[in-house]
Design a protein around this ligand. Structure first.
Ligand SMILES: C[S@@+](CC[C@H](N)C(=O)[O-])C[C@H]1O[C@@H](n2cnc3c(N)ncnc32)[C@H](O)[C@@H]1O
Length: 270
C-alpha cells in the first residue's frame, strides 16, 4: 500500500509512530523518521531487531488470547497498525473479533483508518492515554467494544512515553479499574537494566527532535507496578523474547534476552 499524501502533515518532523514504523521496515514513515532511526541505530545497533522482537511478542500474546476465546482487543498506543497488526492476527483466529486502535498521533490514526476501511469490526481513533476516562468514553470505541465484557488491553511500548509527571501509575490504575473481570492486560516497557547509562543518554539526545515526549526507561520493579493487583500469568514479567517463546519467531536475543531492551508481562483481572 502506498503511503497517503497527508503523511506530509508533520512538516517533516520525526514522530514516535513514524520512527517505530521505520525501525520495523514499514512504509508509513517520513525521511525525518528514517534519518532519526539511522542515527538511533548507530547508538543502539540492535534497536530494529528489538522493535521486531516486540512485535513478535505482541503477535504471540494476541494469538494466545484469541485462541483462548477473547474477541475484543483494545490497543492503546497502537502506532501505525501496518506491520503485523492486531486485527489481522485476531480476526484470522476469531472471525468477527472486535479491535479498537487508539493513538495520540493523527498520522498513525489516519493511516489506521485507511487500512481498516471495509473492516466493520475494527476502528482507529485518536486518544491520549493520559486521559484514560475520555479514551474509554469515546463513542466510536464503544461502538466497537463492549467494555462490560472482558477485553484484551494492549499497552505495548507505550508507557515509556509517559513521564512521571504524567502519573502513569494513576493512568494504568484507571484503565485496570474500568476493565471487566477476566480482562487481560498485555504490557511492555523499555527497561533501565538493558541500557548503559551513557548509551541511554545518547539515545535521549538523538531523540530530542522527536515531535513528542521522548521515551524513558523504567526498572523491573517500576514496570511491575503497572500491573497493580492483576494476577500475573506465567512466565511473569520477563524480557520480550522470554514470554512464551515460539520457534517461529526471530531468535535475535535468545542468548542474551536483556539486550532486547524491554520487559513484557501479561496479567488477568480476577
Ligand atoms: C513505540 S510505538 C508502539 C506501537 C505499538 N504499540 C507496537 O508495539 O508496535 C508507541 C506509540 O505510542 C503512541 N503514544 C505516545 N504517547 C501516547 C499517548 N499519550 N497516548 C496514546 N498514544 C501515545 C505513539 O504515537 C506511538 O505510536
Amino acid at each position: 500500500m502506498r503511503p497517503p499524501n497527508w503523511m506530509n502533515m508533520d512538516k517533516g518532523r520525526a514522530t514516535p509512530a513514524g520512527l517505530y514504523d521505520a525501525l520495523l521496515g514499514g512504509e508509513f514513515n517520513l525521511p525525518a523518521d528514517r534519518e532519526l532511526a539511522a542515527r538511533a541505530l548507530k547508538i543502539v545497533p540492535t534497536m530494529a531487531e528489538a522493535a521486531k522482537t516486540s512485535r513478535a511478542f505482541l503477535r504471540r500474546a494476541v494469538v494466545e488470547f484469541a485462541q483462548e476465546g477473547f474477541d475484543q482487543f483494545l490497543d492503546i498506543g497502537s502506532g501505525i497498525p501496518a506491520t503485523g497488526n492486531v486485527h489481522e492476527i485476531a480476526q484470522a483466529i476469531r472471525p468477527g473479533a472486535r479491535v479498537a486502535y487508539v493513538d495520540i498521533h493523527p498520522v498513525a490514526v489516519m493511516t489506521g483508518q485507511q487500512i481498516l476501511r471495509g473492516n466493520p469490526d475494527a476502528t482507529a481513533i485518536i486518544g491520549d492515554v493520559r486521559n484514560p476516562d475520555s479514551v474509554l468514553a469515546d463513542e466510536e470505541l464503544n461502538r466497537i467494544l463492549d467494555l462490560s465484557r472482558p477485553v484484551v488491553l494492549l499497552t505495548v511500548a507505550l508507557l515509556h512515553y509517559l513521564t512521571d509527571d504524567d502519573n502513569p501509575l494513576d493512568v494504568m490504575a484507571k484503565l485496570r479499574e474500568r476493565l471487566a473481570p477476566g480482562s487481560i492486560l498485555v504490557l511492555t516497557h523499555g527497561a533501565t537494566e538493558s541500557f548503559e547509562t551513557s548509551q541511554a543518554r545518547e539515545v535521549q539526545s538523538a531523540f530530542a527532535e522527536l515531535e513528542a515526549p521522548k521515551p524513558i526507561t523504567r526498572n523491573y520493579d517500576q514496570v511491575k507496578e503497572f500491573f497493580g493487583d492483576f494476577e500475573m500469568l506465567p512466565p511473569g514479567l520477563v524480557w520480550l523474547p522470554e514470554w512464551r517463546p515460539s520457534p517461529d519467531d526471530p531468535q535475535w536475543f535468545a542468548a542474551d534476552p536483556v539486550r532486547s531492551g524491554a520487559l513484557a508481562g501479561v496479567a488477568r483481572k480476577r
